[in-house]
Design a protein around this ligand. Structure first.
Ligand SMILES: Nc1ncnc2c1ncn2[C@@H]1O[C@H](COP(=O)(O)OP(=O)(O)OP(=O)(O)O)[C@@H](O)[C@H]1O
Ligand SMILES: [Mg+2]
Length: 462
């Protein structure tokens, strides 16, 4: 075993024994101090906190138990192993009770010493990894907070805080990318169920049969391919929260089963007869207008009434643009940490642009924009050239902000117009020229003027 970078203190009033052990440890690369009395050991501890400390239990000036108590009081993470005389098992037990890692009976055999050290190293490594993981988890949870002060977001946060500790079913509504999943996480982590599972199912991507078995599980032989019993997400989420995304896409059969779970907290696995009870907090999410779906007859009205008891509405970003600066700073901090770059802020001009853009992809689009800028950036401040063309050349923005001259704005428009046409006709110049009413020759001139490469549009054909 290798003891490099390990600080060890050996405390024993029998000098020869202490020096013998120190020598064996040094041979394996440890840096070792020795102390020949309890008092001397306390002095050494002042100078240097050891990772591991060996203490003889019987010493004239201060007994080992007393030294152990003082050491653990000051340095709880230092592991202590005690040396005991062959017959004094009681002392060993008492030492373990006071926090010693292990005991070794005297005379000390090097093999026993090393196997004990190996155990300590394994545990210290696990502890370090554990600390790192929980630190990462806390950081992640910090980034999972809902950022924003717009009245609609304040209200959403308020409702989240109020209903989190209850078992009420919650319906979260909003366009794509508005933070529906984030709000669902917030609900879970503020609830009493936070240490239990948070389980996610999307009702939009699976076929009806698969979704049924995904949610409720199935018995062996329930359908072709059901070779063994399978527990569904409801069972996995027991005691925790189940997050049902895109509920507007669930079929009538699934809707009926969900209604029963909400009312009675019970269901059967697909192909099964045994009724299973569950304790699950349900969060439903949709970007569809469920009221409209009810009118059309595609969504059960009775289910809709149960879902909408506590609705949380998340507005599109364009309706809460006053939150953009806060969100931008939040994402700058997040991604500069993640990429290890020292990006400290954004220029006023670039922030103005972001605040006036319409954000069809909502907060997700804003987050991706900042992430991309930080990945590409050379300097420390995000500026207009670091933002995607789509945003910089947004037509509405140019009309509203007038950040370009009329000539430049017209040119920007013309370039975007032609690029779009090429995209549609996959780089076929004759077709484009005809469709937009321009002579081929003129179109070619414009391609050169704007530096538009035809190849990239042609490639799309493959
Ligand atoms: N108010 C907010 N504060 C901080 N981050 C946010 C906020 N709103 C959204 N985000 C971030 O934007 C991204 C998209 O959010 P989320 O996945 O929750 O959207 P969604 O509404 O579930 O979208 P979709 O309907 O497409 O599934 C996530 O990374 C989320 O953390
Ligand atoms: Mg989502």
């Amino acid at each position: 075993m290798n003891l490099k970078n390990t600080n060890i203190l050996v405390v024993d009033d029998e000098r020869d024994a202490a020096l013998f052990i120190a020598k064996a440890l040094k041979r394996r690369g440890a840096s070792v101090e020795t102390a020949f009395s309890g008092t001397e050991a306390l002095g050494k501890l002042e100078q240097n906190q050891p990772d591991i400390c060996f203490i003889d239990m019987r010493m004239p000036d201060m007994d080992g138990l007393e030294l152990l108590k003082r050491l653990k009081g000051r340095y709880p993470s230092t592991e202590v192993v005690v040396f005991t005389a062959y017959a004094s098992i009681d002392t060993a037990v008492e030492a373990m009770r006071r926090g010693a890692f292990d005991y070794i009976s005297k005379p000390v055999e090097p093999d026993e010493l090393f196997s004990c050290l190996e155990k300590i190293q394994t545990i210290q490594k696990l502890n370090r990894e554990n600390r790192l993981l929980s630190q990462q988890l806390n950081e992640q949870r910090g980034y999972m907070k809902i950022v924003g002060e717009h009245p609609s977001i304040r209200e959403a946060k308020q409702i989240t805080r109020t209903v989190a500790p209850t078992n009420s079913t919650v319906l979260i509504l909003g366009e794509s990318g508005t933070g529906k999943e984030l709000a669902a996480y917030a609900l879970h982590y503020q609830s009493l169920r936070k240490d239990r599972p948070f389980v996610k199912v999307s009702c939009g991507v699976l076929s009806d049969e698969l979704l049924g078995s995904e949610l409720f599980g199935h018995e062996k032989g329930a359908f072709t391919g059901a070779i063994q019993r399978h527990r569904g997400r409801f069972e996995l989420a027991d005691g925790g929260t189940l997050f049902l995304d895109e509920i507007g896409d669930a079929s009538p059969a699934i809707q009926k089963k969900l209604l029963r779970v909400i009312d009675k907290q019970e269901f059967e696995r697909v192909g099964g007869t045994q009724t299973i009870r569950c304790d699950v907090r349900l969060i439903f999410v949709t970007n569809k207008d469920l009221e409209e779906e009810v009118r059309k007859g595609t969504f059960r009205e009775d289910l809709y009434f149960r879902l909408k008891v506590v609705p949380i509405k998340l507005p599109p970003l364009r309706e809460k643009s006053s939150d953009i600066p806060l969100l931008v700073n939040h994402f700058i901090e997040k991604y500069s940490r993640e990429t290890n770059k020292k990006v400290t802020g954004i220029s006023d001009e670039a922030l103005d642009l972001l605040c006036s853009y319409s954000w069809p992809g909502n907060v997700r689009e804003l987050e991706n924009t900042i992430e991309r800028a930080i990945v590409m950036i050379k300097g420390q401040i995000i500026d207009i050239p670091d933002l995607p063309d789509d945003i910089v050349l947004d037509l509405n923005l140019q009309v509203v902000n007038q950040q370009f001259s009329l000539v430049k704005a017209k040119e920007n428009f013309e370039k975007r117009y032609i690029e779009n046409a090429l995209r549609k006709d996959r780089g076929n110049v004759s077709k484009v020229a005809q469709r937009i009413g321009l002579a081929r020759k003129n179109l070619y001139q414009k391609l050169v003027k704007y530096g538009i490469e035809l190849e990239q549009y042609k490639k799309q054909e493959i």
